[in-house]
Design a protein. Sequence first.
Length: 115
Amino acid sequence: MNEKKLAFGYTVSKDRQIDFDEASLELYNKVCAAEPSIRLCISCGTCAATCSAAKFSDFSLRKLILQVRRGITKGLQAEVSKCMLCGKCQLACPRGVSTRALIMQINMNLQKTGK
Ligand code: SF4
Ligand code: SF4
């Protein structure tokens, strides 16, 4: 059998588990109280597909929201700073998530906690 692998441009992702000793929903609860539309997100990725910042970086609003929901805050400050607050994602979101307000809330709370 030919062992040579074809390069399709995809890789196998490393497995991920949520470490409940490290994960904290503190940020999610604060953001949720200020911007409840985070609950409407269905992780469809439309925002990421239309994102201006994603054209120049690996930024994904879908991933950012998922991490906040899962209580994974490590590295979030660097991620959220990639957003240019252009608002395109808000126009595209099929669930009416108030994305700009959400991003600003995440950023503000991360700055407060210094994470
Ligand atoms: S487009 Fe809206 S519903 Fe879809 S992942 Fe983005 S924020 Fe969530
Ligand atoms: S507001 Fe931020 S996340 Fe939304 S499309 Fe613009 S750069 Fe992307």
